[in-house]
Design a protein around this ligand. Sequence first.
Ligand code: NAD
Ligand code: UDP
Length: 309
Amino acid sequence: MKRIIVTGGAGFLGSYLCERLLNEGNKVISVDNYFTGSNENIKHMHSNPNFEYIRHDITEPIFIECDEIYNFACPASPIHYQKNPIATFKTNVLGILNMLNLARDCNAKILQASTSEVYGDPLEHPQNEKYWGHVNPNGIRSCYDEGKRSAETLMMDYKRMYNTDIKIIRIFNTYGPKMNIEDGRVVSNFIVQALKNEDITVYGDGSQTRSFCYATDLIDGAIKTMNKDNFTGPVNLGNDYEMTILDFAKNIIEMTNSKSKIIYKDLPQDDPIKRKPDLTLAKKELKWDNQVDLQMGIKNTIEYFKTII
Ligand code: NAD
Ligand code: UDP
C-alpha cells in the first residue's frame, strides 16, 4: 500500500484525485489550508480508514512519511489567485520548495500540477511543450504564471542536483461537478448564470478561445504520469476541442434551455487570446486520451449545479 500526499486535496481537482487514489487501494493524506477548498469536497471520505486530512499551509515545512506527492495546492481561478497575489506566489514557490525537500528526504516521487498559463498569451498555436511561452512578468496574472514557471524551474533543479523523481503536468482548463459555485471561472459562471436566467457575462468580444477537459480525464492523465517510469514531462493534459468563449456561452444557453441574454464586460488584463493544447506527447507516452466529450461533461456539470443552486 502506497502512502500518497495530495496537497490541495480539499480543492476541486485534489478531491477527485484523493477519491481515485483511495479507490485504487492507497493510503491518502490530504494537506490543505482551505483557502479555496472545502471540507464538503472530502467529507464523504472522512470515515475511510485509509484517508487522513490535515489543515496545513504548504508555505510552511511539514514532515510526513510518504511514497508519492501530488502538489495540487494553489488557487486556480483568476479571481481567487489575484485576491492575495503574494500568497499565491508564495504557495507556488515556497510551497513546492517544501514539498521537494519532503520528496527528497523521503525518496518519494513528486508530481507538480503546472498549467497552460506557463505559455502566457501564446504566440504559437496549438501549444507544444517545447514552446517557452509569452508571459508578462509583472502583470496581474504574473503571481500565478511566473509562480508556476518558477515551480517548474525548482522541480527540474531538484532532479538535476538530487536526482529527485519529478513529474510535471501542464493542465489546460478543466471543469466538472464539484467546481466551487463562487469560483469565477467561465464554466461555473456561465452554467450558474444560465440556470438562474441571469445575464451571461462574456468578457471582451468573446472571440478568445479555450478548450475544456473533464475532471476525471485530467485525473487519469495525472495518475498515468506519476506511474510512468523514467518520464518527467512537462506534458500537456487537457482537451484539444477548441472553441470561442462566445460560442461556449451560446452552447450553455441552449443546453440549459435558458432565457439568459449575453452581455459583454471588459476583457481582463493579459487574458490569453488563444489556447489549445498539443496533446501528441501525452497520447504517445502515456497512452492517454480524453474519454468524456464536451457535451457529456457539460451535461453532467449542469446536473450537478442544478442540485446545489
Ligand atoms: P482549487 O482552487 O479548487 O484547489 C486548490 C486547493 O489548494 C484548494 O483546496 C486550496 O484550499 C488549496 N490551497 C491553496 N493554497 C494552499 C496552501 N498555501 N497550502 C495548502 N493548500 C492550499 O483549484 P483546482 O482547479 O482544483 O486546481 C488544482 C491545481 O491544478 C492547482 O495547482 C492549479 O493551479 C492547477 N490547475 C488547475 C486548472 C483547472 O482548470 N482546474 C488548470 C491549470 C492548473
Ligand atoms: N470569461 C468570461 N466570462 C466569465 C468568466 C470568464 O468571458 O464570466 C472568459 C475569460 O475572460 C477567459 C475565459 O473565459 O477568456 C476562461 O476564463 P477562466 O477564468 O475560466 O480561465 P482562464 O483560462 O482565464 O484561466
